[in-house]
Ligand binder design. Structure first.
Ligand SMILES: Cc1cc2nc3c(=O)[nH]c(=O)nc-3n(C[C@H](O)[C@H](O)[C@H](O)COP(=O)(O)OP(=O)(O)OC[C@H]3O[C@@H](n4cnc5c(N)ncnc54)[C@H](O)[C@@H]3O)c2cc1C
Length: 541
């Protein structure tokens, strides 16, 4: 039986998820995976599959979705792309490919419309008996006491929950105010016209193409992303005051599209105009309420960090709520949700904010800088390095988290270059690799057929012992949470995992239930392992 199975047997406490967008769906599925009964509330009358919004799903997020049965389907239906190219006036400046930390089962990026992703997640929710979804339920009030949260819904009954994961999207000023949370930041004046166009563009189907100042949009930029079903997402930067309806009526939209795709036939599948914002909640935890997704951080989509980071919020929150509910971790663990995910949001906003400063210069000096950098970029590597067409989504590193025990042998070298991944070590998401059938021992004993290392990691806390580690000490370490012990040599027949981890003899790797490394301990005693586990469940103040 896996840890989720163990969880399903204990406790009947309920969590409520507010918002049935992709972050709320993911949160509900992950909570249910931990055996927590979940009620999902959404103010809309039903799922309305309007618009397209997010298309670009990152490899590590597909892994999270794989844990709830959706990742492989999303990857199979989506378009895989591996290269991001940046052009200036038709000349290619550089391209980025994406490193794999280990031997992942998923490609670096898969493009699939957000609405299709939501449908697939809905099907997973429908198959999960621990989740109940109620549409047409607008939460208007949250009152907390020592035992739980009382939710008031417009025109509905009061509801109780032990914990609430609030994922109501960006437009929830009332709820943030009610929780005493601010949402400071800025909004950008320029608009972005986004059209999904079905056509054939030979050679463009597996690449992201970013054009600065193309002849078809002088002084601004155009981004082209491949999508399934011969569809391309074309994203034009347009001036403030741009009128899509007027352009459609005058035929200018058709001319605009034709400048990019030429005379070939096309179908306009969807179009919309967006204004982008850069904002962050000052608190992501208020007592028993955790704020996740766009409700907590809103960023421009160049870098695909919105939904991708919202899914990471959901995963971080879900295991922590489950562990606290089950009595496996102190309430203090929930505060680490704010510590870790607020730091992640600030990093994402710093990165996407820098991109927007380059794309949408805020003053004459910034505009002159952009012109100068782009003019020199074709011949000058120093100028090329300053061209910012968006750094694509990546997992955040919980290096400075109170849950992380640093390791002198595996220090974090800082933010890696775009497309690269940091070496495995404390705070970092473990690399994935195939693992052979295995038997793990300790608090829970179970065996599994061959699979993936991240599947094993996501089953609870994992102690991974390299050859030479004192196994008696590893087995003797005990905390109230489910912990499994595995010997690296027993699961890693090919050596791929040891190489990806750069694991050394005598080490014990402590891996969290969200597959991030909590500690790498060198020839540890049972007490040292218990200390690292205790810190990782928030038991160390
Ligand atoms: C043009 C565009 C392109 C994008 N591209 C990407 C991309 O490629 N990759 C990426 O990662 N991200 C991308 N994003 C961002 C991504 O779309 C968002 O981050 C994502 O939708 C956030 O999901 P969410 O679940 O937090 O919020 P939402 O999708 O907004 O869902 C919130 C839900 O909460 C419900 N709700 C609100 N208030 C209440 C209430 N009081 N009571 C009950 N229910 C309530 C709403 O009805 C809604 O269903 C893009 C965004 C845009 C605009």
């Amino acid at each position: 039986m896996n840890a989720a199975g163990v969880l399903a047997e204990v406790g009947e406490e309920r969590a409520v998820v507010i918002g049935n967008g992709p972050v709320g769906q993911t949160a509900a599925l992950l909570l249910a995976r931990w055996g927590v009964p979940v009620l999902v509330l959404d103010q809309r009358p039903a799922r309305d599959l309007v618009g397209s919004k997010a298309i670009c799903q990152q490899r590590d997020v597909l892994d999270v979705w794989a844990a709830v049965g959706a990742g492989a389907r999303i990857a199979a239906e989506g378009v895989t792309w591996t290269t991001a190219r940046t052009f200036h006036r038709g000349t290619e400046l550089f391209s980025v490919t994406f490193a794999d930390a280990g031997r992942s089962r998923f490609p670096p990026f898969v493009n699939l419309s957000q609405s299709r992703t939501e449908q697939i997640l809905d099907e997973c929710v429908a198959a999960q008996p621990l989740i109940e979804t109620r549409w047409g339920c607008r939460v208007t009030r949250l009152a907390q006491d020592a035992e739980g949260v009382t939710l008031t819904c417009a025109d509905g009954p009061e509801l109780r929950a032990a914990y609430v994961l609030a994922c109501p999207g960006a437009r929830c000023d009332g709820m943030r105010e009610h929780l005493g949370v601010t949402f400071e930041g800025r909004s950008f004046d320029d608009r972005f016209l986004i059209c999904d166009i079905r056509t054939d563009l030979p050679g463009w189907a597996t690449e992201r193409r970013f054009h600065f100042d193309p002849e078809w949009n002088p002084g601004r930029q155009v981004l082209v992303h491949p999508c399934p079903d011969s569809t391309f997402r074309i994203d034009w930067q347009v001036p403030p005051g741009y009128d899509l309806d007027a352009e459609r009526a005058s035929g200018a939209l058709d001319r605009r599209i034709r400048t990019v795709i030429g005379d070939r036939p096309y179908e306009l599948v969807w179009s919309s105009v967006y204004r982008f914002h850069s904002r962050c909640a000052d608190r992501m935890r208020v007592g028993r309420v955790l704020l996740a997704g766009d409700a907590a951080h809103l960023m421009a989509p160049f870098g695909a960090r919105g939904l991708n980071s919202g899914v990471a919020d959901a995963e971080n929150a879900a295991w922590k709520i489950a562990f606290v509910l089950r009595g496996w971790a102190p309430e203090q663990l929930l505060e680490s949700y704010h510590d870790e995910r607020h730091a992640a949001a600030r990093e994402n906003l710093a990165i996407t904010g820098a991109t927007m400063d380059f794309l949408v210069p805020q003053d004459a000096a910034a505009a002159a800088h952009r012109r100068d950098v782009l003019a020199r970029a074709a011949d000058d590597p120093a100028a090329r390095a300053l061209v910012d067409s968006g750094r694509l989504a990546e997992p955040f590193w919980y290096v400075d988290s109170p849950l992380t025990t640093p390791s002198p042998a595996h220090p974090f070298p800082g933010r890696p270059p775009g497309g690269a991944v940091p070496p495995a070590g404390p705070g970092v998401l473990v690399p994935d690799a195939p693992v052979s059938g295995y038997e793990c021992s300790s608090t829970r004993i179970h065996s599994r057929p061959p699979g993936r290392f991240r599947e094993l990691a996501r089953d609870g806390f994992l102690l991974l012992a390299t050859p030479g580690a004192d196994l008696d000490a590893v087995r003797a370490a005990s905390v109230p949470a489910p912990v499994r012990v595995c010997e690296l040599a027993a699961i890693d027949e090919t050596g791929a995992l040891a190489a990806a981890l750069d694991a050394r003899p005598g080490e014990v790797w402590v891996v969290r239930p969200d597959a991030h490394v909590a500690a790498v301990l060198e020839r540890p005693t049972a007490e040292a392992i218990e200390a690292a586990l205790g810190r990782a469940v928030g038991a160390v103040p």
